[in-house]
Write a protein that binds this ligand. Structure first.
Ligand SMILES: [Fe+2]
Length: 180
């Protein structure tokens, strides 16, 4: 995993969009906005993922394969949807098995985009209420485990006046000490 500020320049979302020179984001900053992260080698990952899942009460999981081959006809629509800025009312937990991609999360209160480049072995938890989006990179494929507590609650709520007052958004901001 590598995190850095997104350069906000126009152009293909799949490009790195790294400032020159890069503006890295340290782990402590990610932690301060509620993003959690573990590195778990893919070889023999099951036991360690099971342990984290047990500790954090993630009872269920499934696998997602984001690639043209894996998704077929819905691929282009899905890709566009993932890159719409949104929030969820639950954590978004992903363990990367193969491929790579970018999770962009909004820093609050600056509203800057932080780009998190994920690779196999990365386990990332995006908190409920944080604005974020996802894109593949130029390799165009990622395979990931999705972990969740009971029922998956992955409805994306696109950012707007309604999400700004969504209780999960408000709670999220309180949890990071913004806008209490
Ligand atoms: Fe999401």
């Amino acid at each position: 995993m590598r995190a850095y500020y997104f350069d906000n320049l126009p152009g293909d979302q799949r490009l790195p969009h790294d400032y020159v020179p890069s503006r890295p984001v340290p782990p402590a900053l990610l932690e301060s906005i509620g993003v959690k992260y573990w590195e778990i080698p893919v070889e023999g990952y099951e036991a360690r993922i099971d342990a984290v899942a047990k500790e954090r009460d993630y009872k269920n999981r499934d696998m997602i394969n984001v690639s043209k081959e894996g998704m077929g006809e819905v691929y282009e629509d899905k890709i566009k949807g993932f890159f719409q800025e949104h929030m969820h009312e639950d954590e978004e937990i992903r363990y990367i098995l193969s491929g790579s991609g970018f999770f962009d999360v909004r820093e609050s209160p600056s509203d800057a985009w932080i780009r998190i480049a994920v690779v196999p072995g990365d386990l990332i938890v995006i908190p409920a209420g944080i604005y974020h989006r996802f894109t593949l990179d130029e390799a165009n494929n990622i395979k990931a485990l999705r972990l969740f507590k009971d029922e998956p609650k992955w409805i994306p709520h696109n950012r707007g006046p309604t999400t700004d007052v969504n209780p999960y958004r408000v709670d999220y901001l309180k949890s990071i000490g913004v806008g209490a």
